[in-house]
Design a protein around this ligand. Sequence first.
Ligand SMILES: [Zn+2]
Length: 98
Amino acid sequence: MPSEQELPLPPGPEWETVCRVCGYDDGAEPFWEAGWPNEGAICPCCDNEPSMNDVSVMALRELRGYWLGLGAPWRSPGSRPKNWDILEQVKHIPAEWR
Ligand SMILES: [Zn+2]
């Protein structure tokens, strides 16, 4: 019988709706669900697709830097709020992923 230590722990939170790359959060569709990246829940803002890469703060910084370097384009421009404030949005990036 395997000990508890041999059971793989899920790498993420039960429920997380904020994008770790850009801070976008619609409060509805989770990027992480039941401990795992919700692949297919592509961020309408920065175009990040949740994956196991998103448990590395260095990888997230690289993705973020690339996105910012392009001028912070929206994947779905129609989802962009008229008064969008990028500096306000990036404040929502959880502290551990900044
Ligand atoms: Zn994003």
